[in-house]
Design a protein around this ligand. Structure first.
Ligand code: 4AD
Ligand code: MG
Length: 477
């Protein structure tokens, strides 16, 4: 007897054949109808039990969460919304799930409750759909770059440098560079430390990716990155995955073109390949929206939002223009709306970003040419001496989804910048070498993978789009 996945059975429909299928029980109704799911699709397979001739003790073991192998004949279904079902002839119980203690019952559990059960939540419809979409998005990302001549580069996880210069690193070494260990003679002694220097978990693979772009031309990283920022928000994780393309000879305009094309392509990919899961998630989101007051509900459904992003141009706006818009957005200086920014040079808060994207432009926005003093040291200084060739892509409901820039390729300007910011240039000798040997214009960006998964699945909290979220006070699993 041939074994099939439920996805295959629903697609191929070899009606009349004897088939075998494995999965977990979603529900068991009237001692007769088993809804079985094996994770291959959002859809369950209905298995009809000949209960009059079935072993009663065995049927008692058919409870939500139990793992079964069901053999039988595939027949056309009489039920609504399903094409085929199995007339079961034999049931084998791989493993039972005691209904008294199995936490995932056939009812609506809150996302908060399910976060505490991260090892089992993927058995729910919502999480299985999210994780299948997450998997498809990862594949789409690799496909896009591989089709476009990029090489996949593995940046190190343990590093000696702080790519963002923001000091938000998890330390790996036992050594604190600020308080270096000294031996009995008062000499600095690194001997005790594994690496002999301060090392951290990477906050970004960018600096290493730059070195590879300056030899292979077009590269991308896609790996875990770590930030010890104590941000308890629905957009921040301490461990998240980042995609960082880096391209030699690309200026900022080419970088924006790449970001827009790449984002549209991967979203189109999931629209084409994850229809069933997206439709399920759309329904979930619209149920959630109904619990909100009318004026806070989204005007578009999930699929409409995704199509909108794919079909419309992102709006490109300089920081200076954005500040003007924000200034004018509050002409009466009503306290209630804190959109107003008086100072040119201030960093945009998420409420400002949301105003620009959701209220003013009503589409994804690429903000560029930010003030130098609010951005990282490696960004290329503009001729005005005040702004840098930075870009952030802002998305509705998410805020910043991409951060990138054209890199400073001039050795002297970069050295001055590093000095002015008080960064230890000894740590960056290899990075500076790139500007000594065959330097050239180059650009890149970082896409926060989980923020993209959030956008595509409509999940409100970043903790619900990664299998095991790492946030402050949370590393249970
Ligand atoms: O803007 P960021 O900090 O930029 C960089 O790290 C650059 N080195 C990227 C580059 O140019 N190669 O981070 C990039 C993106 C953000 O736009 C955001 O989407 C995501 O990474 N991100 C986070 N996602 C989840 N949790 C966090 N704590 C995040 N911090 C940044
Ligand atoms: Mg950023």
């Amino acid at each position: 007897m041939k074994s099939y996945s439920i996805k295959e059975l629903l697609k191929k429909q070899p009606v009349g054949d004897s088939v075998e299928v494995n999965g977990w029980v979603k529900t068991f109704r009237s001692n007769r109808f088993i809804a079985l799911n094996d994770g291959s699709t959002i859809h369950n397979l209905q298995c009809v039990v000949d209960f009059e001739n079935a072993d009663e003790a065995l049927l008692k073991q058919v409870t939500t969460g139990a793992a079964l192998k069901i053999s039988g004949t595939l027949v056309e279904s009489q039920g609504k919304g399903q094409t085929v079902e199995i007339q079961a002839t034999a049931i084998f119980v791989h493993g039972t799930a005691d209904p008294e203690t199995y936490p995932i019952q056939p009812k609506k559990h809150s996302l908060e409750f399910l976060r505490e059960k991260a090892h089992l939540r993927v058995r729910t419809n919502t999480f299985s759909a999210v994780m299948r979409v997450r998997s498809a998005l990862s594949f789409a990302i690799h496909s896009y770059f591989q089709q476009n001549g990029f090489y996949y580069m593995h940046a190190p996880i343990i590093t000696g440098s702080d790519a963002e210069g923001a000091g938000e690193m998890f330390r790996v070494s036992t050594l604190d560079a600020k308080k270096p260990p000294v031996d009995e003679n008062g000499e600095v002694d690194f001997g005790e430390d594994f690496f002999g220097k301060e090392t951290n978990l990477t906050v970004s693979g960018q600096l290493e990716a730059e070195t590879y772009a300056m030899a292979l031309g077009k590269v991308y990283t896609f790996g875990p990155t770590f930030r010890a920022e104590n941000s308890n928000t629905s957009r921040h994780l301490a461990e998240f995955w980042m995609i960082e393309p880096e391209v030699a000879f690309n200026d900022l305009d080419a970088n924006m073109d790449l970001a827009e094309d790449f984002i549209k392509w991967i979203i189109q990919y999931v629209l084409d390949h994850c229809k069933d899961d997206l439709e399920f998630l759309e329904g979930r989101l619209s149920d959630e929206e109904k619990t909100k007051p009318q004026n806070e509900r989204s005007e578009m459904t999930l699929l409409e939002k995704l199509k909108f992003v794919v079909e419309n141009n992102f709006k490109r706006v300089s920081y200076t223009e954005a500040i003007d818009i924000l200034r004018n957005s509050n002409p009466n200086k009503k306290k209630k709306f804190q959109y107003l920014i008086d100072e040119w040079g201030a960093d945009l808060q998420s409420e400002h970003e949301r105003y620009l994207v959701e209220k003013h432009f009503k589409c994804p926005v690429i903000l560029f040419d930010y003030p130098a003093n609010i951005k990282a040291f490696y960004m290329r200084l503009n001729e005005d001496g005040k702004t840098v060739r930075a870009m952030d892509v802002l998305f509705p409901g998410i805020g910043e989804i991409v951060g990138g820039s054209q890199r400073e390729e001039r050795l002297d300007v970069l050295q001055q910048k590093i000095k002015a910011l008080g960064i230890d240039d000894k740590e960056l000798w290899w990075y500076l070498d790139l500007r000594r040997f065959g330097t050239a214009v180059h650009s890149g960006f970082g896409l926060g993978f989980e923020r993209m998964v959030q956008f595509v699945t409509g999940m409100g909290n970043i903790r619900d789009v990664i299998p095991y979220p790492r946030t402050p006070q949370n590393a249970e699993f």
